[in-house]
Design a protein around this ligand. Structure first.
Ligand SMILES: *Cc1c(COP(=O)(O)O)cnc(C)c1O
Length: 361
C-alpha cells in the first residue's frame, strides 16, 4: 500500500483515518459475529442501536431541538430537490430560491416543474462571486419556503450568516458544510445533506425536518419521497442503508471525540486561511470570490496561464496531494477541506502552491 495521501476531492471525500481503521477491523468479522460489516442486517440486534446512536449523536453534535426529526435516507442530496416542493408546497404555490451557483441552480430547475419558483435574489450578474446581500430582503409571507444552498461546492461560495425568513420555513442544502461549524438548527424548517462530503460514503442523505412541516405532502406523492412516511417508519420504510448509516455513526462519534463541531469550525477556519493567504498574495493564482462569501470547505482557484495547470496538478499528485482538479463545469483547481482533512494537509498544499509560484510564477 502507498503512503496515506491527502485527498482534496470534493466528494466522495477524505474520511478520518480512525473511522477507516475501525471499518477495516470489522470488515470481515463484525463485532466478532462471524459475518462481514457489509452483511450488517437492519433487523440484526446491532442495527437498532446503531441507528438510535447515530441519531442521538447527530442531535447532540448539532444541538438539534426536539421539534426536529432526523432521517437517514437513500439517494444522496438530489432527490430532495424534488422532495422539498412535493412535501412542503401545494401545487402552484410559490417558493423562493436564493441563486448562488451550480447547486442552487440544479435545485431550482428540478423544483420548477412542481412549484412556482421565484428567484428571490441572484448573484448571476456578478458571475456568482458572492452570496447576494439579503439584509433588506424579506420573503413573500405566502411562499411555501425559502431555499438556499448553504455552501456552493463547485463555486466555493458559502453563507457567512443565514437569512432571517420570519415565518416562512428556511430550507437548506447543507451537503458540503454540515458539521463543519456550529449551527442554529432551530432557524431551519428543513436541512438536507448528501453524506459523501463531510459525513460518510456516497448514497446516503441526512434530513433534519421540523415537525410542523410534516403532513403537508401532496396527494399521490410516492411513499419513498414522502418525509412524513419516513418519520413514521423511523428511516426504515424500506431497507435502510445499514452499512452507510453505521459508518456515518462512526464519523459522528469521531467528531465528538475530536471536540465537536465548534472545534471543527476552528480547524476549518484555520485550514482555509492557509490557502486564502497564499491566494491573496499571489500573482499566479486567482480566486474571484468576495472575501465575505469565501467557502471554508471548497477553495477553487485558477492559474494565470492554463497551460501551467496540468504541471501544477501533476506535481501535486507526486507529493500525495490528490484530486485537486476543478469540477468539469468550471475547470481550474479546487481544494476541498472537509473535516477529515488535517491541518497538515492544508499546510502541505499551501507550501506546494508557494513553491510552485516561486518556480513558475
Ligand atoms: C454534492 C452535492 C449535491 C449532490 O449530491 P448527490 O449525493 O450527488 O445527490 C447537492 N448539493 C450540494 C451542495 C452538493 O455539494
Amino acid at each position: 500500500m502507498g503512503a496515506r495521501a491527502y485527498n482534496f476531492g470534493a466528494g466522495p471525500a477524505m474520511m478520518p483515518d480512525a473511522v477507516i481503521d475501525r471499518v477495516a477491523r470489522e470488515w470481515q468479522d463484525f463485532h466478532g459475529e462471524g459475518y462481514s460489516a457489509l452483511e450488517l442486517g437492519h433487523r440484526s440486534e446491532y442495527f437498532s442501536d446503531i441507528l438510535a446512536r447515530a441519531k442521538s449523536d447527530l442531535r447532540e453534535l448539532l444541538d438539534v431541538p426536539e421539534s426536529h426529526h432526523i432521517l437517514f435516507l437513500h439517494g444522496g442530496a438530489t432527490p430532495h430537490f424534488a422532495m422539498v416542493p412535493l412535501n412542503l408546497a401545494r401545487e402552484g404555490q410559490g417558493a423562493e430560491y436564493i441563486h448562488t451557483g451550480y447547486w442552487s441552480d440544479k435545485a431550482m430547475a428540478e423544483a420548477a416543474a412542481l412549484v412556482n419558483v421565484r428567484i428571490a435574489a441572484s448573484a448571476a450578474t456578478s458571475e456568482f462571486d458572492r452570496v447576494p446581500d439579503l439584509s433588506n430582503w424579506q420573503p413573500d409571507p405566502q411562499a411555501a419556503y425559502v431555499h438556499i444552498c448553504a455552501n456552493e461546492t463547485i463555486g466555493g461560495v458559502e453563507f457567512a450568516e443565514y437569512p432571517d425568513t420570519g415565518d416562512v420555513p428556511l430550507v437548506a442544502d447543507m451537503s458540503s458544510n454540515i458539521l463543519s461549524a456550529t449551527l442554529d438548527v432551530s432557524r431551519f424548517g428543513l436541512i438536507y445533506a448528501g453524506a459523501q462530503k463531510n459525513v460518510g460514503p456516497a448514497g446516503l442523505a441526512i434530513v433534519i425536518i421540523r415537525d410542523d412541516l410534516l403532513q403537508r405532502a401532496r396527494p399521490g406523492v410516492p411513499s419513498v419521497m414522502n418525509y412524513t412516511r419516513h418519520v413514521e417508519w423511523d428511516s426504515m420504510y424500506n431497507t435502510p442503508a445499514a452499512f452507510m448509516i453505521w459508518v456515518a455513526g462512526l464519523v459522528f462519534d469521531h467528531v465528538k471525540k475530536e471536540g465537536g463541531v465548534a472545534e471543527m469550525g476552528r480547524r476549518n477556519a484555520a485550514k482555509s486561511k492557509l490557502l486564502y493567504d497564499v491566494l491573496n498574495s499571489s500573482t499566479l493564482y486567482t480566486n474571484r470570490i468576495q472575501t465575505r462569501s469565501r467557502s471554508r470547505m471548497n477553495v477553487p482557484f485558477f492559474l494565470r496561464e492554463p497551460r501551467l495547470e496540468t504541471r501544477f496538478l501533476d506535481g501535486a499528485r507526486r507529493r500525495g496531494l490528490l484530486n485537486l482538479k476543478g469540477h468539469r463545469a468550471v475547470g481550474g483547481v479546487r481544494a476541498s477541506l472537509y473535516n477529515a482533512m488535517p491541518l497538515e494537509g492544508a499546510r502541505a498544499l499551501a507550501e506546494y502552491m508557494t513553491e510552485f509560484e516561486r518556480r513558475y510564477g
